[in-house]
Every structure is written in C-alpha cells, then in structure tokens.
Write a protein that binds this ligand. Structure first.
Ligand SMILES: [Zn+2]
Length: 66
C-alpha cells in the first residue's frame, strides 16, 4: 500500500503513478482500472478516488444520522 516505484503507470490514464491501492477499492469508487488486484493511480486520479470515497462516507453519515 502507498508509494510506488518510479516508472509505474497510472491504471486509468497511463501517467506516472503516485499511489498503489487495492483494485477492488478503486473499482468500488467508480474508477476504471481493469481487473488487476492492484491499481496504480497518478496524483490526479488519486485525488478523484479520495473525492469519491469521501462522498460515499458523507452519504453514509447522512443515511444513518438524518
Ligand atoms: Zn491517472
């Protein structure tokens, strides 16, 4: 989890990857990363991933605490 080696490409757009995450989590967030077990994300797509997971958490909060 976390950092990636130099030269690894983002699974979404092919730019230099900044983060390595579980493929399942990234797919659950709605990013298109194929069926690999690990997904690599560039800064931009990691930001997008964070945004989407944050939104899900807020939705849960809203759902359980109306
Ligand atoms: Zn990307």
């Amino acid at each position: 989890m976390g950092r990636v080696d130099k030269g690894v490409k983002c699974s979404v757009c092919g730019k230099e990857a900044a983060r390595s995450l579980s493929g399942d989590k990234v797919r659950a967030a709605g990013l298109k990363v194929g069926s690999e077990r690990r997904a690599y994300l560039c800064k931009e797509h990691y930001k997008e991933y964070k945004k989407k997971t944050k939104r899900d958490k807020q939705l849960e909060k809203w759902r359980y605490n109306p």
